[in-house]
Design a protein around this ligand. Structure first.
Ligand code: URA
Ligand code: URA
Length: 235
């Protein structure tokens, strides 16, 4: 008899390893995003034949995380906030100082701009779900490093799988490049939809970048209108 628990664990570990290799640019075996998603779905279907795992279960699994070096300088883990049934999810880069202190994503200046963007879509923050690529603040607000992104992104993928939003808006180059597994610049990636874990994904500029570069407001407004066109307001 196959030990199902063990089998599932092995699949999960294999998937995580392949993803880390894929995220760090290794090629030459089948680590295409589609194959990895299939593997992930396979492992999860077997471990959860009915209900998908809950956001709370994923948070519990993160625990008092020490899996990467960001744990040394963080104050709080910033897991994510909003509706578990959100149809629209926003993914930023990582917590800043205000988020590190409060434990809530996007509460500083960039967060206030994000709140205004959400209001422009005729939604409230509690209607959507907001999280980041890494859950702990990088020191001095530096960019998250590849090993930190690779360690944290399985949790983000599980959050996406738990929520199953219709739309995902990727805020800035870090989120867009790491989730779409590309080195293409945000200015080239923004303004069109991609597919990820069964969701329609739209990259746009990060609100912090927008604060420094107000001339990009027009582009972001175009992207926001694309989200509004696709958002299922009814039903
Ligand atoms: N910038 C981000 O990318 N995420 C936050 O939560 C806050 C600022
Ligand atoms: N660089 C980023 O990382 N994000 C932006 O939105 C713009 C430039």
């Amino acid at each position: 008899m196959v030990d199902t628990q063990k089998f599932v664990q092995t699949i999960d570990e294999l998937e995580r390893t392949l993803r880390q290799l894929a995220d760090s640019g290794v090629r030459g075996f089948d680590c295409a995003p589609g194959a990895l998603d299939t593997l992930q779905a396979w492992g999860r279907q077997r471990s959860q034949p009915q209900a998908p795992e809950s956001l709370e279960a994923i948070r519990e699994d993160i625990g008092d995380c020490r899996r990467c070096k960001l744990c040394r300088s963080r104050t709080r883990i910033v897991y994510g906030a909003g509706s578990s049934r959100a149809r629209l999810m926003f993914i930023g880069e990582g917590p800043g100082q205000d988020e590190d202190r409060s434990g809530e994503p996007f509460v500083g200046a960039a967060g206030q701009l994000l709140t205004r963007i959400i209001a422009a879509i005729n939604l409230r923050r509690e209607d959507v779900y907001i999280t980041n690529v890494v859950k702990c603040r990088p020191p001095e607000n530096r960019l998250p490093e590849p090993d930190e992104i690779a360690t944290c992104s399985p949790f983000l993928r599980r959050q996406i799988a738990a929520i199953r939003p219709v739309l995902i808006c990727l805020l800035g180059g870090c989120a867009a490049q790491s989730l779409l597994n590309t080195t293409e610049s945000i200015s080239r990636l923004r303004g069109r939809f991609f597919e990820l874990q069964g969701c329609r994904v739209l990259p746009t500029y990060h609100p912090a970048y927008l604060l420094r570069n107000p001339e990009k407001k027009r582009a972001v407004w175009e992207d926001v209108q694309m989200l509004m066109k696709e958002y299922p307001y009814e039903g």
